[in-house]
Design a binder for this molecule. Sequence first.
Ligand code: HEC
Ligand code: HEC
Length: 348
Amino acid sequence: MRLILLTTLAVAFSASSYAADGAGKRETIKSGSWSMTLPLGLQADAAYIPDENPMSDAKIELGKFLYFDNRFSKDSTISCATCHNPFHGFADPARTSLGVGRLLGGRNSPTVINRLFSADQFWDGRAADLELQAHGPLTNPVEMAMGSHDEVVERVRNISGYAPLFAKAFGDPKIDMTRIAQAIAAYERTVVSGNSAYDRYQAGDKSAMSPAEVRGMELFNGKANCVKCHASFNFTDENYRNIGVGMDKPKPDLGRYEVTKKEEDKGAFKTPTLRNIVETAPYMHDGSEATLMAVVEFYDKGGIKNPTLSSDMKVLNLTSSEKQDLVEFMRALTGDVMNADPPAELPK
Ligand code: HEC
Ligand code: HEC
């Protein structure tokens, strides 16, 4: 039974199923004896894998089960995939996510796609890596609401199918919170997206993008200056910026400031990737913008004025066709997501 499961996943994960990339060179990342060929357009030297958590196929397979398993939430209804859903670009169509008992959290679920390329996690960067991040949701009362990490470990131990998977991944069947988090993080690092129309265009296939998408790209890098923050191949400078979202509220979410307590970080949030952005509506840390056009309108006005607004935010005066072209360009960033299929069956 377990063996059948692993075989299915091994096939789902094999690099050959992603060999559909067009022209251009694909880069390979390595971690010990493990390696993975990235989809076209992604840069291996930007990958972040902590030394304490080397990758292996067995660990990734285990992490994938844990990620999709809703038995580790208080009422067994919620998994990571509930709010980071592969059918919604690994994000959540809800403005802010509903956890156990339909309790509402305060922020929009960011995508889990291309987390391989960031150390810090969360909108405010409060977790230093994916391993630390994974500890949060399991006991967060508005997410999976487990009483403690001991309870989580107990639940995993009570499903006998998991011990052999831990043995394969870690060398012995011990189950603890560190290993649970490490396995989930290893799985998340394989959820990468590239080989979009944009990547194929960059690799030399000039027919990959439509004229509107190309015009949008020129605006993105020029007049609209989006590239100032959504920089490089993953469309983020990995920095925290105040663009004004929510800053007109009586009690705004102060974002990065809550982590650093630095005045200039008030209202700053992580610049998110724009890959597969068309799939992850609604947008912004509070889910306040319903569509990509609404986002462009927001930028056209120069964001929302506040004392710590980034000096890179300016009124853009875009025409309506320029706005449309920017939206078209963002559509061209949708690519193949690796290792996205939910497991057919979970350990028993
Ligand atoms: C009830 C919904 C919900 C559940 C369940 C949930 N998350 Fe999240 N997740 C969120 C929200 C909301 C945020 C943003 C919170 C913040 O930034 O303060 C987030 C943030 C993240 C991030 C940071 C992404 C980034 O771009 O910084 C990762 C990674 C992540 N979650 C993974 C997981 C994993 C792994 C699980 C399961 C163990 C999980 N989440 C369960 C809602 C959820
Ligand atoms: C000064 C830096 C900066 C500039 C310039 C900028 N962005 Fe952003 N962008 C951000 C930050 C930071 C966020 C998240 C803000 C938040 O949620 O509070 C964001 C969020 C977004 C989102 C929503 C992402 C999501 O997952 O919810 C989209 C789409 C987007 N930007 C597109 C653009 C476009 C298009 C332009 C150019 C017109 C642009 N950005 C210019 C920093 C910037």
